[in-house]
Design a protein around this ligand. Structure first.
Ligand SMILES: [Fe+2]
Length: 355
């Protein structure tokens, strides 16, 4: 698409020279005869110029008067002032007031073209940064809104029952999975595998309930991650990875709104920590990792490897088991890996996956 330039000058001969010269370079040229006409054209939205050329002396509305109004309403559009030699100081003053540059008339066409090209390049950089800031801000706002509504939902459920029971938490976990067909049943399987690991490990009775809640809700923070990233097929770029890595923190934040979930919070927060300290979000290692999270992380990884994902099919069970063994003391607590093999938790995985 050709780039658009709006030429604003009351002198028809200058409009003609500039239109021809820049038009020949492939620009889409529009003209206005004074500042007011230029502002009206911009406000009507019929053109979105990548650059505005603005004469300083014009009837109706001069360039000097039009500049601040254009800057205010279209801050991303670069404005190049056109000035007669005697107006040089006015040109400099205009730059102080936000003009991108100024051209002294008459200028060589080469010099004009160069200045226009520079302005458009600058515009592209500024516009891109603006778009990125806008996207980040939109994301931040939508994240806040989602978290608030999830928090309310949790609080309401809790208030109604005065106790959060397994069923309501299961229902909540299903709302997370609804976003992603590939993880259907995942939370429930992670819960079931975690409970069996906990039995083998001899986890104290009172920790079973928090374990089940944390296992079911371990990925609740994903409601705050944009779906385009969550369901992306193929590798994520660095920025997307950083966003994904926020989900344990978002999840912990949501659970912290209900007192009842307090014992489960770190189980969620730490479910991507690694025994060797190379995990996220806190980078804690070994015994500093929440004991519930040490169990959940193995159950989560095991189920993820044993199931199909958008980008790969399920791994053969021998490969999955070899990987879990290899990750003992690296990704996983050696004790939890031992419990996994002692209890032969993989043995009836197929029936678990189908149920
Ligand atoms: Fe996760």
């Amino acid at each position: 698409m050709p780039r658009t330039i709006l030429i604003t000058d009351d002198d028809p001969s200058i409009r003609k020279v500039l239109s021809l010269g820049l038009g020949r370079l492939g620009y889409d040229i529009h003209v206005a005869t004074n500042g007011q006409e230029a502002i009206d054209m911009l406000a009507a939205g019929s053109i979105q110029p990548d650059c505005v050329l603005l004469d300083i002396r014009m009837p109706v509305l001069s360039g000097r008067e039009a500049l601040p109004r254009i800057r205010e309403q279209f801050p991303l559009t670069p404005v190049i002032m056109l000035t007669a030699y005697s107006d040089l100081s006015t040109g400099l003053e205009a730059m102080k007031n936000g003009a991108f540059d100024y051209l002294v008339k008459p200028s060589r066409m080469e010099h004009i073209a160069e200045t226009v090209a520079k302005a458009i390049r600058y515009h592209d950089v500024v516009a891109e940064k603006f778009e990125m800031d806008k996207r980040n801000e939109e994301y931040r706002l939508s994240l806040e809104a989602t978290m608030q509504s999830k928090t309310m939902e949790l609080k309401e459920t809790y208030e109604r029952l005065k106790v959060a029971n397994l069923q309501t938490v299961q229902a909540l976990a299903e709302t997370i999975e609804a976003k992603d067909q590939y993880t259907q049943g995942h939370c429930e399987r992670v819960r079931s595998i975690s409970v069996r690991l906990a039995r083998e490990l001899g986890l104290p009775r009172e920790q079973f309930e928090p374990l089940e809640f944390a296992a079911l809700l371990h990925d609740i923070g994903k409601i705050g991650i944009p779906e385009r990233i969550l369901n992306k097929v193929g590798p994520l770029d660095a920025e997307e990875l950083e966003v994904i890595k926020m989900h344990p923190l978002i999840g912990a934040q949501i659970l912290s709104s209900v007192e009842f979930f307090a014992p489960a919070i770190n189980g969620v927060r730490h479910h991507h920590e690694r025994w060797d300290g190379k995990g996220y979000p806190d980078g804690v290692s070994g015994e500093d990792i929440d004991p519930l999270a040490r169990i959940i992380t193995l159950a989560d990884t095991f189920d993820a490897m044993a199931q199909s994902r958008p980008y790969r099919s399920a791994l053969p069970m021998e490969t999955v088991l070899a990987e879990i063994r290899a990750q003992s003391g690296r990704q996983f607590s050696p004790l939890v890996v031992k419990a996994f093999f002692d209890a032969e938790i993989y043995a009836d995985y197929d029936s678990l996956a189908k149920s």
